[in-house]
Design a protein around this ligand. Structure first.
Ligand code: NAD
Ligand code: UFG
Length: 332
């Protein structure tokens, strides 16, 4: 079984590559390296003994995609590639629609041309929009009250994939809605290493701990939660990667949709204290106002993935913190 990972040098793609290679799948990666580094391939080789074939191709370069698929003979595509900075998407919406939606249209057209009809898509809990009040189940309404263009691109791509699978019954589409990925590979060789300024909690905690950012701003302590700070479902990236292996082993014609999360919510203050406990260092922070568009608490109901894929998370927040700190130490 030969699998192409678009965006495979990125954070989630690289961890997924490792789990797939470990189970004997042939993995190839395409990425434009906008938000990742080519050296990730060497780290994957150190961990697995296999260096995946890599193609520097942009999803917007249709000729490049054509060439890739004309030679690739892929059975499945796992489509990670996309831009993901929520704040930037508000400032530059067309860049996000062009790259994420336009790029996916190119990919689907070329896949169809070369008769590759199995795709797993990296979606997000963001598609639940304003429905996201507490525990999310897959059948809840999506697309209402999404607060930023990035989230809209995920919803549009989900709808596009459903339409494609409706038009051609041979398609096997699996949509994975990730909650909040954190952590790093236990080797400390790969982890989250964004090229841009992060706006998610965990990469900011990492930069505060290394002194690159002076202190963490906690966005609000007046929510109706355990300690007033926002609560999210933080999933260890290796658990998430294993979710992809389970997903590709259970594909069938039509569209399958799964939440990939732990089913538990953790507050910002709990994340800070878990990091402090594992690192033995104080993390400077201050409480500031709420971030516009944030909800109090969001977590997955992961039951469907367990029942149908036999997958559930095994790793804890403590594991994620330990692995993140190990990754930070190895990098410095
Ligand atoms: P990442 O930025 O580390 O990886 C994405 C990769 O896609 C990068 O290596 C980037 O260079 C590449 N890429 C972007 N545009 C491209 C293009 N036009 N052509 C080729 N390559 C391109 O991000 P990640 O955290 O690994 O996320 C992977 C996917 O999961 C994304 O689609 C993201 O939206 C989605 N997702 C991420 C999170 C999260 O919090 N990390 C949550 C939900 C969903
Ligand atoms: N937070 C802070 N300070 C920061 C950053 C975040 O207090 O500097 C808080 C937020 O207010 C929130 C929690 O930490 O309560 C998590 O925030 P993130 O930005 O890390 O994650 P979100 O849940 O807001 O959003 C992320 C991605 C979305 C994705 C969503 C669900 O950014 O793209 O998870 O997958 F859709």
């Amino acid at each position: 079984m030969k699998i192409l990972l678009t965006g495979g040098t990125g954070y989630i793609g690289s961890h997924t590559a490792i789990e797939l290679i470990k189970r004997g799948y042939e993995v190839e990666i395409m990425d434009n390296l906008f938000n990742s580094k080519i050296t990730v391939l060497d780290e994957i080789e150190k961990i697995t003994g296999v260096k995946p074939k890599f193609y520097k191709v942009d999803l917007l370069d249709k000729e490049g995609l054509n060439k890739l698929f004309s030679e690739g003979n892929y059975d499945i595509v796992i489509h990670f590639a996309g831009l993901k900075a929520v704040g930037e998407s508000v400032e530059k919406p067309l860049k996000y629609y062009e790259n994420n939606v336009g790029g996916t249209i190119n990919l689907l057209e070329v896949m169809s041309k070369y008769n590759v009809k199995k795709i797993v898509f990296s979606s997000s809990a963001t598609v639940y929009g304003e429905q996201a009040k507490t525990e999310m189940t897959e059948e809840m309404q999506t697309g209402v009250g999404i607060t930023n263009p990035y989230g809209e691109t995920k919803h549009i791509i989900e709808e596009m994939l459903k339409d494609v699978a409706e038009a051609d019954k041979d398609y096997e589409v699996t949509i994975l809605r990730y909650f909040n990925p954190v952590g790093a590979h236990e080797s400390g060789l790969i982890g989250e290493d964004p090229n841009d300024i992060p706006n998610n909690l965990m990469p900011i905690i990492m930069k505060v701990s290394t002194g690159e950012i002076a202190e963490l701003s906690v966005y609000g302590d007046d929510y109706d939660t355990v300690d007033g700070t926002g609560m999210r479902d933080y999933i260890h990236v290796v658990d998430l990667a294993e979710g992809h292996v389970a997903a590709i082993e259970h594909m069938k014609p039509g569209v399958l949709i799964y939440n990939l999360g732990t089913g538990k919510a953790t507050s910002v203050l709990e994340m800070i204290s878990a990091f402090e406990k594992e690192s033995g260092k104080k993390l400077p922070y201050k409480i500031v106002g709420r971030r516009p568009g944030d909800l109090a608490i969001i977590f997955a109901n992961p039951e469907k993935a367990f029942k149908e894929l036999g997958w559930k998370t095994k790793l804890t927040i403590e594991d994620a913190m330990r692995d993140t700190i190990n990754y930070l130490n190895k990098r410095s």
